[in-house]
Design a protein around this ligand. Structure first.
Ligand code: 5AD
Ligand code: SF4
Length: 471
């Protein structure tokens, strides 16, 4: 058994990152058995689940959509806010009952939650029916943990700075769009954020390995890739021979996949070179997620964000000016400790200046072990909720307005599947990441087609395939 330790997780030493080539573990021990997986949290977790699925399918398991029919239930968890935590423990309640009826059921929990010492201990003390607990640093050990499973609960979570595993097998969710990890972990230590503790230090993959993966995806016919990292702009700074994200983006773009995206960017390291590459490469999509977190320079300082309101606005304006038709979305935290009405007005002020295409807004959630969780916080929750409500109204009015501007225009949409709401339609995304439900044949799935936008809703657009040639 290995339990995590938040103090160890904070260490950023000078030890060298190990680049380890992985070998898949293949067995037919679980032939005929079924697995069910549930993923919480960010794109990083979604992509990790594609690795988890490859691991269990290599042991013979096949997938099932109904939890009750599974022999193995996997939960890939998120620790970013308390409500993610509550959801997982709520789910565990259901699993406890299921296990009473089905003694052979295997339950495995992984991802960011078990990286927190309190959670690992809670599972150890109160949830003995959970069989396997693994963390973000040892997904590759999951196959072995399942094969070696005995009566005892097996908790194996490491709080280490982290290594880079190559040759990872993924069972990708889509044959049209794909995630590509370019780096792991984060060294920014924003004072509210648990990620640097749950995912370890920043470590970049070598550029050659990334390019090889992208070439392989191109050969397989993928239409879109998204380069993934907690803070992609800082890519390559930790490599023995540093490479900039701008260089990586340019090299990836040259491989020629029709659409290249990236998430997430921190305003701190966003260079002019990056802006120029997004502007000049046709296949680098004009869409940037640029987390603001707060519009108040005072709160930004307390958050450890390393930019002021004025610097953020300057960067934003530069992007808008240099990248034609760029869409920008953001993340905002409301109710950070000590946030006053005046600070909040600064946030509204930035939203009014930037008129974002969309935003994710969150109430501050204190995370154990982070500096912000110990800061004085006297604002009543009712006031925070009221601020969040006001902010959401403003954000929605701008995203609605942005969506309306599309009506009557013809845009390129990468069709990804059958529309959930209407099986007679297909759905896809514009270059600027707007969801569109389209009247078009299912033969268009996997293709980039011209679409005339006929209607705009709050969170999506409607359109029909246009028989014109786009340039
Ligand atoms: N409380 C609320 N929101 C948070 N985020 C990160 N940590 C917290 C927290 N403790 C938000 C930030 C980040 C997004 C992924 O989650 O806005 O950009
Ligand atoms: Fe968290 Fe800040 Fe790192 Fe983003 S940049 S993962 S908010 S510490």
């Amino acid at each position: 058994m290995n339990l995590p330790n938040m103090l160890d997780a904070k260490v950023r030493g000078k030890s060298k990152v190990q680049y380890i080539q992985q070998e898949p573990l293949i067995s037919n021990r679980f032939q005929g058995k079924k697995y069910f997986i549930r993923t919480y949290g960010c794109q990083m977790n979604v992509h990790d689940s594609e690795e988890i699925v490859a691991i269990v399918e290599n042991l013979g398991f096949t997938s099932v959509d109904v939890m009750e029919e599974a022999d193995l239930v996997l939960l890939n968890t998120c620790a970013i806010r308390e409500n993610a935590h509550d959801k997982v423990f709520g789910y565990l309640g259901r699993l406890k009952h299921l296990k009473r009826e089905k003694k052979d059921l295997l339950i495995a929990i992984g991802g960011c939650m078990p990286q927190q010492s309190s959670v690992a201990e809670e599972i150890l003390k109160k949830h003995p029916y959970v069989d396997i607990v693994f963390g973000t640093h040892n997904i590759h050990e999951l196959g072995r943990m399942i094969l070696e499973k005995n009566e005892k609960q097996n908790i194996n979570v490491y709080s280490i700075e982290g290594n880079v595993y190559e040759n990872v097998m993924y069972k990708r969710d889509s044959s049209i769009t794909a995630w590509v990890n370019i780096m792991y972990g984060c060294d920014k230590f924003c004072t509210y954020c648990i990620v640097p503790y749950t995912r370890g230090r920043q470590r970049s993959r070598e550029m050659a390995q990334i390019l090889e993966e992208v070439r392989d995806l191109k050969e397989k016919g993928y239409q879109e890739i998204t380069l993934l990292g907690q803070n992609v702009n800082a890519y390559g700074k930790d490599l023995e021979e540093p490479v900039s994200f701008a260089t990586l983006l340019l090299e990836v773009s040259k491989i020629g996949i029709p659409r290249v995206r990236f998430v997430t960017s921190h305003p701190w390291d966003f260079t002019d070179e990056m802006i120029d590459i997004i502007a000049k490469c046709d296949n680098v999509m004009p869409y940037i997620h640029l987390p603001l977190q707060s519009g108040s320079s005072r709160i930004l300082k307390l958050m450890g964000r390393r930019y002021t309101k004025a610097e953020y606005l300057e960067l934003f304006e530069k992007m808008k000016k240099r990248i034609p038709n760029v869409a920008i979305t953001t993340d905002i935290i409301v109710g950070f400790p000590g946030e006053t009405e005046e600070d909040f007005q600064d946030t509204l002020d930035v939203v009014n200046s930037c008129q974002y295409d969309g935003a994710f807004t969150f109430l501050f959630s204190p995370r154990e072990g982070t500096p912000a969780s110990k800061m004085e916080d006297e604002t009543p929750i009712a006031i925070k909720e009221e601020r969040l409500h006001r902010l959401n109204e403003l954000i929605n009015s701008y995203s609605n307005q942005k969506n309306q501007e599309y009506v009557g225009k013809v845009v390129k949409v990468l069709i990804q599947g059958t529309s959930e709401k209407d099986p007679n339609k297909v759905y896809g995304y514009t270059e600027t990441m707007k969801l569109v439900n389209v009247v078009a044949s299912k033969d268009m799935i996997g293709k980039i087609i011209p679409v005339l936008i006929t209607d705009a809703k709050s969170f999506s657009l409607d359109g029909k395939m246009e028989e014109v040639v786009l340039n």
